[in-house]
Design a protein around this ligand. Structure first.
Ligand code: TUI
Length: 314
């Protein structure tokens, strides 16, 4: 059995979070992951507080276990969903795509544990001072909005910079990834892409098909010019967007090109004009399974690897 300080901190069986994926991580998927012993996370994405309240209620109707809410700090509704998370006293808030400091006193006052996603050591130090309970160090192998550093170099440097428990994210798709993350100093992992094909994940069937078909070089990043690079599966949309980035069009026009593309992928399954966010481990995902089985399989593999971690010692 693998048990780390993160399990005690949150009252969970397996030290794994399901990443907050916009239009995908809803109350149903979060409940399935929490019921499977991990920490399920509802994505507040770019939606308003009414949407989040519905998903929290749905999740609570499906599980008694703790779950979290991910707040995307670039969302125009970040303020109202941040307040709702405090009012609802959710067990955990994770944040992404920015600096969560301005909301932290409110969450801490409400007894919410705050676990920010960071892509740099500087942000890890800042959120440690601001009262975070743990930190998710996310490397650029992950899907969606990505930082510059890889998981391999970010995780040990974040571990050196904080005394808080660190979760590794980005590039973790099976037990080998968990074992490697633990060797880098992490005591937990966050996984998104593999949960895309969970039975309880309601994303469009075409999205699941794309992930199942993906190989090692199936993803690419776009959006550098706008200051928020995003990793996704290569398709017509991603190629057109990249071309537009290097053209004369204005930033406003470029932003407009991307508008609605996550919805078109996740809800409509539009293979041409949708933006299918996924991490580089998509090439390792080749079967659909219940969320609980994904967790069990990953940890039983990690356990075997860690148990023989000394095998090369002479
Ligand atoms: O946030 C994510 N992944 C996401 S957000 C998203 S929605 C979106 N849509 C269009 C454009 C951009 C985003 C899709 N996927 N992951 C967590 C994450 N956070 N990755 C990197 C960061 C991060 C980056 C900078 C965290 C903090 C940070 O601080 C910058 C600063 O100094 O303010």
């Amino acid at each position: 059995m693998i048990k780390t300080p993160l399990c005690d901190l949150l009252g969970i069986e397996y030290p794994i979070f399901q990443g907050g994926m916009a239009w995908i991580s809803d109350g149903k998927l979060a409940a399935a992951v929490s019921n499977g012993g991990g920490l399920g996370i509802i994505s507040a994405m770019n939606a308003d507080a009414n949407y989040l309240k519905e998903q929290i209620d749905l999740c609570r109707s499906l599980t008694d276990k703790p779950f979290g809410v991910n707040i995307m700090l670039m969302s125009p509704f970040a303020g109202e969903v941040a307040e709702l998370a405090a009012r609802e006293h959710v067990a955990v808030v994770t944040t992404g795509a920015g600096n969560p400091s301005k909301y932290m006193p409110m969450w801490l006052e409400a007894g919410v544990k705050v676990i920010p996603v960071v892509a740099s050591v500087g942000m890890a130090k800042l959120v440690t001072k601001a009262g975070a309970s743990a930190i998710i160090a996310e490397g650029g192998e992950s899907g969606g909005h990505v930082g510059e550093l890889t998981t391999m170099v970010l995780v040990p440097q974040v571990c050196d910079a904080t005394d808080l428990p660190v979760l590794a994210a980005g590039g973790i798709g099976d037990g080998r990834g968990i074992a490697a993350a633990f060797q880098l100093g992490a005591v937990g992992v966050q996984v998104g892409t593999r949960f895309l094909v969970a039975h309880e994940c309601g994303v469009h069937a075409n999205y699941k098909k794309k992930v199942l078909k993906a190989n090692d070089i199936a993803t690419m990043t776009t959006g550098k010019r706008l200051g928020h690079p995003v990793r996704q599966i290569k398709n017509q949309f991603a190629k057109d967007f990249l071309k537009a980035e290097y053209s004369q069009i204005s930033d406003e026009e470029l932003e407009a090109l991307g508008r609605g593309a996550l919805y078109r992928a996740a809800i409509e399954g539009d293979e041409k004009t949708g933006d299918f966010l996924a991490g580089q481990i998509a090439g390792m995902v080749n079967k659909e399974q219940p969320a609980a089985e994904i967790i069990q399989e990953m940890f039983s593999q990690a356990e075997k690897i860690l148990a023989s971690a000394g095998k090369w010692l002479a």
